[in-house]
Every structure is written in C-alpha cells, then in structure tokens.
Design a protein around this ligand. Structure first.
Ligand code: 5GP
Ligand code: SF4
Ligand code: MG
Length: 490
C-alpha cells in the first residue's frame, strides 16, 4: 500500500494528497481514499479503484481543510471490499481519527476480539481497522491521541508505516524495525526554509533526549509538512525530502509545530524491506540515500558478474526489470535493447485474484518486439520469480517472436518464504522456488538457462542500513505468532 499525509493550512490539502497518491499508485490499485481535517471534524471519501476513478474534481473541491491523509490499497490482509478501503475512521465519543496504514499486523485477532467485547464495532476484518479502533479506544480513555498511538504501538506486532489525522493534528509513526518505508518532507512554496529543514533533520532520538516520552517542540510551522511512503510522492507536490521517520518514532505536526518522540524503543537493528528496492518502490524514489534505480542497476551488474552468459542482446521486463537490464548490459558488454513493449494502461498483473486471470494479464500487458528479437540469443532480466506465471508466458512469447536462445537472469535471490509484513508474495505452497530446484524451474519456464542473484550479491548493491530479507532467507525480524496461522502459509 501507499500512504500520504499533509499538514498545510494555507494549501489545498485534498488535491496535494490526490497528487501524492497518484505518485504512489504503483503501491496499490485496489482502492483509494482521502480523509481531511478542517479544525472541527474529519471527512473521508474512499472507494474501490484507482485514484483517477475514485476522485472527481468535484469530490476534491468538497474536501476542504488544513490537513489530510490518503491511502492506496494493495490487499494483503482482509478481503477486497469497500469496508477494507482506507483511510479507516474511528469515532468513539468526541474522538474522531482517520488512519492510513501500509503493512501487516500479525497479532490483531485477539486484540480485535477484546475490542468487540468492549463494545467497539467493526466494519471489516482488516488488521488496519483494528489498529484504528485501538488508537481510538486508548485515546478516548487517556484523553491524549499520542497516548493512544503509543499504547497501540506497544500492543501490535508486525511491519507498519502509518499516518493519521484528527481534526487538527497529523501523526506519522513506524514499527520498531522500520520494515515499511515512511519519509518526511517539507513543502517549499516560498523557497526553502533552511533553518526549519536543519532543525527537523536533527530531531533528537530517544537516547539523546533526557525525558524519553516528553514530546520535543521543534520547528516553526511556516509552509507545511508532508509524510509519504516514498520520496516520489514528495517530488510531485513540490516538497523537499527532510529525513525518514525513525523506527518506533511518533511524529506529530500541528499549528504548534513539529514534535518527535520515541513511541516504542527501536529494535537493535533496522529491518527495512529489501523487496522495496527489488520490486516494489518506484525507481525515482530515494531510499537510505540511494535511488532505487541505482540499486536495481547495480543488481544487474552484480548478476552479470555472478552469472555471465554469451548472448547478442539484453532485454528487461518492464518496468522493474529495465534498470537491472541496463546494468547487466553495461557490465557484460552485451548490447541493451528493447524486446518487450508494455501497455501502460493495464494495471499490475499480480493483483488479479485467480491464476487464470493472472496468466491473461501478462498477455494483455506485454508484447514482444519481433524485429529486435528474431534470430538472437537473448538475456531476459526480471526482478523476481514468485509463482513463475510471468516467466512461463514471457519465454513462450519470446520463442514465438523467433528468439534463438533465451537466458533468464533474475536480479533477486529465490523467493522461498512467505512475507508476513505487507508484501503479497503468496503462501509458500505457491512459491515456485520453495518447491523446485533452479534446474527444474528453468525447465518449467522453458528457458535455455536460468540464474538468480545471490543474497550476498544483493546486499552489496544496497545502501548502508539494516534490511529484512526474510522472503529470501527465512530469517524473520519479527516473530509470527501461532495465532496468525503461520501454518496456513507454510
Ligand atoms: P510471478 O509471475 O513469478 O508470480 O511473479 C513475478 C512477477 O511479478 C515479476 O515480473 C515481478 O515484477 C512481479 N512481482 C513480484 N512481486 C510482486 C508483488 O509483490 N506484487 C506485484 N504486484 N508484483 C510482483
Ligand atoms: Fe520485504 Fe521480504 Fe521482508 Fe516481506 S519478507 S518485508 S517482502 S524483505
Ligand atoms: Mg514485473
């Protein structure tokens, strides 16, 4: 999923959010929603579909206020329904909040049951709604939204990046491992306010601040602030990247300024999702100081070093396979060319619910460029093989277009383990690498050769930081409780 939040009283916050969500559309195409706070209350509009389908110009004009949060959904936990669309609202007595969540919480069943016993109503079976209602419940009990958030962070387990609003304050917070991404940006309409940027970049961490849970008043409120899953959403609204939200941190932004506190202690080592760089994030986003494009390019170079092959042309599978294909070509000296043309107007195929639709989806989306392929020995680069659906189709297509040899190179290691933290890589039974050897997969997809990038090779392409690579290694940074139904996945 993609999340976006903005606090900017002098700006059209609904439209800023709309454009932010459009930049994050690759993170989810199932539903879209925007909630706006106007000082008195919170209004939400959400529906199934892409941003452009959900919001008309008139809708955006009626969503007036000083701050907003938005969400594009990519269903992992819970069903595909209007009720599961976000932002989720919680209204308990006077407390109205709207929350946008990217990630998966692995221990919400019991918490949900307890809330229902306390009389809290639920509209969906989504983990995000449990988080929303928990925050609402504790806020109402303690009288403080930040207490509600803090207590909820203490209770929930999993990977999450959340942003929420009440009528006047924007909050952003992240799980203790920083599994899902979340960045802070400053709106810079009247030119960059360097003092503000510097101050925000240097907010004290828990270890530095003397009173751990006392919010630290920070900077003035000139202009406005933005939080988003990726920096590409800051770019589109003209916001300057300030820094990442820290693991376990709670950030609050309102007319008193920007305040940071450590909601729960950060884990010893961060565990940023490495699949963001492999597949999920947009290439023009910057993560841990390095563009996703540059990471993918380097993965392609590393792949050429680890698994070289003689061939006439290197092609990439659009879109995420293109940068590593360029890197592979650069390193190997084999020329880079276009071999597959993508129809830009078909949404990502992975989302389709059944295997049959998924297989159709590949054909609808990609067509081979026969001129370029006929008679050639081709290296095909894609970011990952999950179920194997895409590659089976592609190899068939390329053979049909006259390729003499097809050498498949994948710029990530084999996906062997299910993800429990918000990326839908499916149950282990469906993961082709969990069930077949590399040779068997090669035969299954009908390629002349097949190789994956090694885990070490992948890590060498990443900027400094701590990463989750559980889907490749099975080393899970956050324990999955039995109640989550681990056995259903493995
Ligand atoms: P497969 O077809 O093997 O099941 O999946 C691999 C293809 O799906 C690759 O082309 C890759 O770009 C894409 N892919 C990998 N992981 C994900 C994911 O989590 N979501 C979506 N939408 N696509 C994915
Ligand atoms: Fe990302 Fe894989 Fe970890 Fe899931 S298991 S958070 S996809 S690295
Ligand atoms: Mg792909």
């Amino acid at each position: 999923c993609g999340v976006f939040g903005v606090w900017a009283p002098k700006r059209d916050v609904a439209r800023l959010t709309y454009f932010g969500l459009r930049a994050l559309q690759h993170r989810g195409q199932e539903s879209a929603g925007i909630a706006v706070g106007d000082g008195g209350t919170v209004m939400v509009r959400k529906d199934l579909g892409l941003c452009g389908q959900v919001f008309s110009n008139a809708d955006l004009s009626t969503l007036t206020g000083q701050l907003a949060v938005g969400h594009v959904r990519y269903g992992t936990a819970g069903a595909k329904s209007w009720e599961a669309a976000q932002p989720h609202l919680s209204t308990i007595n006077e407390v109205i909040i709207a929350l946008a969540h990217n990630g998966t919480l692995v221990n919400t069943d019991e918490l949900r049951r307890q809330l229902i016993e306390l009389g809290v109503p639920f509209l969906s079976n989504s983990d995000s709604e449990v988080a929303t209602k928990l925050i609402g419940y504790f806020t109402q009990r303690t009288g403080h939204l930040r207490e509600g958030i803090r207590k909820t962070m203490e209770l929930v387990r999993g990977g999450y990046a959340m942003t929420l609003i009440n009528e006047s304050s924007l909050y952003a917070f992240r799980d203790p491992h920083g599994i899902r991404p979340l960045v802070l940006g400053k709106l810079v309409d009247g030119g960059l306010d360097q003092a503000d940027l510097k101050a925000a970049a240097k907010l004290p961490s828990l270890e530095e601040s003397t009173e751990a849970n006392e919010p630290v008043p920070e900077v003035t409120t000139a202009g406005g602030w933005v939080v988003a899953s990726e920096t590409c959403a800051l770019d589109i609204v003209g916001a300057e990247y300030v820094r990442d939200i820290r693991p376990g941190e709670i950030l609050r932004i309102n007319d008193e300024g920007l305040v940071s506190e450590q909601g729960v202690p950060a884990a010893e080592k961060p565990a940023n999702c490495i699949f963001e760089q492999v597949y999920f994030a947009r290439p023009d986003s910057i993560m841990n100081g390095k563009s996703v494009y540059a990471c993918r390019y380097d993965m392609g170079r590393m792949l050429a070093i680890e698994s070289p092959v003689n061939a006439d042309m290197v092609i990439g599978v659009p879109d995420s396979g293109m940068p590593p294909a360029e890197g592979f070509a650069h390193e190997s000296g084999i020329r880079y060319g276009e071999g597959l043309i993508k129809n830009r107007y078909v949404a990502r195929t992975f989302i389709e619910p059944t295997q049959e639709l998924r297989a159709m989806g590949v054909r609808m989306k990609l067509n081979p460029l026969k001129d370029n392929i006929e008679g050639k020995r081709i290296v095909v680069i894609d970011d990952s093989i999950v179920r194997g659906t895409t590659m089976v189709q592609l190899v068939k297509m390329l053979r049909g277009a006259g390729a003499k040899e097809i050498h498949v190179r994948i710029n990530s290691p084999e996906v062997i383990w299910p993800c429990f933290y918000g990326i839908d890589t499916d149950v282990q039974q469906q993961l082709i690498s969990a069930n077949k050897t590399v040779d068997e997969i090669c035969e299954f997809i009908g390629a002349d050769s097949l190789a994956f990038l090694s885990v070490e090779g992948l890590l060498k392409c990443m900027p400094e930081g701590g990463y989750c690579d559980a889907c490749f290694t099975g080393v899970y940074p956050v324990a999955i409780p039995d109640s989550f139904g681990r056995d259903k996945f493995m």
